[in-house]
Structure formats: C-alpha cells, structure tokens
Design a protein around this ligand. Structure first.
Ligand SMILES: Cc1cc2nc3c(=O)[nH]c(=O)nc-3n(C[C@H](O)[C@H](O)[C@H](O)COP(=O)(O)OP(=O)(O)OC[C@H]3O[C@@H](n4cnc5c(N)ncnc54)[C@H](O)[C@@H]3O)c2cc1C
Length: 253
C-alpha cells in the first residue's frame, strides 16, 4: 500500500535510484572502514567477510537492493524536496503524514524478507534530530542548528549511508543522574573541547548493527539538566573513529 506524501513516482524512481547503492555496493563500501570489532571475544579481521556477521549484513543489503526494485522503489525511496533528490526511505526526512505511513509499510516489507529492517532506526533518529534542531533554533532565534543538520543529512543521503544509532547509554546506577555517577563513562560525555571540536568518552549499549554500519549517530538517552550539560551531546562519528571498540555477538537470531 502506498500513501500520499513525497513518494518517488514511477517517473523518477527508475532513473533517480541509479545514484543509490545496491546491496553489493553496500558490502563493498564496508571495506573502506577498519572498525575494531570483537565477536564473542574474538577480534574480527574483516567485518564484511566475517561469517558471524553475515545475517546482519545480508539484512542491511536488502534495504539497498529493494530501492532498485521497480515494484518496491515507490515505497523504499522518497524525494527530499530540499535537494530534489531521490533517497532511500530509511534516510528520508518526513515531509507529509503519508511519509510516516510509507515508512511503516517499507519497514513491514523489509521485515517480511529479513526479520529485522535495522536501518529504520536511522530514519527515526534523523527525524527526531530534525525536530530538535528546529526547536533549538526557534528558542535561540538562530538557524545554526538547522544548517548543521542539513549539511549532515546531505552527507548521509548523498552517500546513502547506514547509521548505527548510539543512544542507549550504559547508565550505571539508575537512581543517579549522569553527573552523579561514580564512573562518568557510563554515559557518553564531552571530555575535551579544542580548536577542532570535541572529544567524547563513554559506553553506549545495544547499538543495533554496530559492526556493519558506516557511522554512529550519538544521541543522549534521557533528559539532561544544567549539571549534565557535558552529557547532552549529539554528534556523528565514523564506525572506525580512533578509540571506538565494538563488543558484539554474532548477528542473527
Ligand atoms: C533488540 C533491541 C535493539 C535495540 N537497539 C538499540 C539501538 O540501535 N540503539 C540504541 O540506542 N538502543 C537500542 N536498544 C536499547 C533500548 O532502547 C534500551 O534497552 C531501552 O531504552 C531500555 O534501556 P535499558 O536496557 O538500559 O533498561 P533500563 O533503563 O535499565 O530499564 C530496565 C527497567 O528498569 C526500569 N528503571 C530504569 N531506571 C529506573 C529507576 N531509576 N527507577 C525505577 N525503575 C527504573 C525501567 O523502567 C525498566 O523497566 C535496543 C534494545 C533491544 C532490546
């Protein structure tokens, strides 16, 4: 079922999807990254070749292949009107109520084939951040946050990336605020600000598909007060950024 909204029509879908990755392109793209990944305690030499991770990689590859299937492309892709480009539905920012329904239908389609669509989390996170940056700008009377998010969104959509959503912090003692934790690394937080940006430290838990994504979208996992300002951090980091260690279990069920 296809709902109204910004759907890639028959006219545009076949030609415009040519710039989107196929499942094989996605697999090949993973070779550009060298993440530090342990599965059941064993260091993984090459994520894309690891038998233990194939079920997850296969599932994500299907989100790319379906975008090229003419019968599925109207659901699996959408036009982002800001750029006029056809993008994968999983990295589209909703523009109409129909977009939300089409995303649900696209996830249903993917789950029927894969068991878990995985990439839909990027859609949820990007749309959530899209709302927050608008509110921040409106509250501060500026456009800075919208502009920074728009630039990042262009990067994700143009590169057709898969994002891991690193939101759930390890949390430590649940009765304490982040700044009250004995070990502050139980929440990801800023440890240094310098001319190049910020340095972050800490542990995120349960990042679906972590070993075989391109980037992590790091987001706070709870409301933060004044004293927790260093923990209210939202940023993107490549999967193989220096210092990141991924402790995973075999993909699949
Ligand atoms: C299959 C799966 C995939 C997931 N994928 C992702 C992902 O891709 N990215 C991501 O960021 N997260 C992901 N998650 C994590 C998920 O969002 C969290 O598990 C969820 O937010 C709950 O957090 P928690 O596990 O730390 O539980 P807790 O916060 O420890 O909660 C456990 C229980 O304790 C209760 N509780 C907690 N604190 C208190 C308190 N102070 N007082 C009283 N009761 C309390 C809660 O209500 C709950 O019932 C995934 C989880 C699953 C199961």
């Amino acid at each position: 079922m296809l709902y109204g909204g910004n759907v890639a029509t028959k006219i545009s879908a076949s030609s415009d999807t040519s710039r989107l990755m196929t499942g094989q392109d996605y697999r090949d793209s993973l070779r550009k990254y060298k993440p530090t990944v342990y599965v059941n305690g064993q260091l993984i030499e090459s994520v894309v070749d690891a038998p233990s991770l194939q079920p997850g990689i296969n599932a994500l590859a299907i989100t790319y292949d379906f975008a090229h299937d003419p019968t599925k492309a109207p659901l699996m892709t959408a036009i982002q009107s800001a750029s006029g480009k056809t993008v994968n539905r999983m990295v589209h920012i909703n523009e109409a109520a129909g977009d939300l329904l089409n995303k649900l239908e696209a996830v249903r389609l993917l789950c029927q084939e894969t068991g878990c669509a995985q990439r839909y989390l990027a859609h949820d996170a990007l749309n959530g951040i899209g709302q927050v940056v608008a509110r921040l700008d409106d509250a501060k009377g500026c456009t800075e946050h919208r502009a920074r998010f728009a630039a990042y969104l262009r990067h994700v959509q143009d590169e057709d990336l898969t994002l891991g959503i690193a939101m759930t912090d390890a949390k430590g003692d649940r009765s304490k605020r982040p700044n009250q934790q004995l070990n502050q690394d139980v929440y990801v937080h800023i440890v240094e600000r310098n001319g190049q940006g910020i340095v972050i430290s800490g542990a995120k838990a349960i990042v679906t598909a972590a070993p075989y994504v391109h980037e992590f979208l790091v987001m706070p996992s709870r409301n933060m007060g004044e004293a927790d300002a260093d923990f209210a951090v939202c940023c993107a980091v490549p999967v193989d950024a220096p210092g990141i260690t991924i402790v995973a279990r075999p993909a699949g069920r």
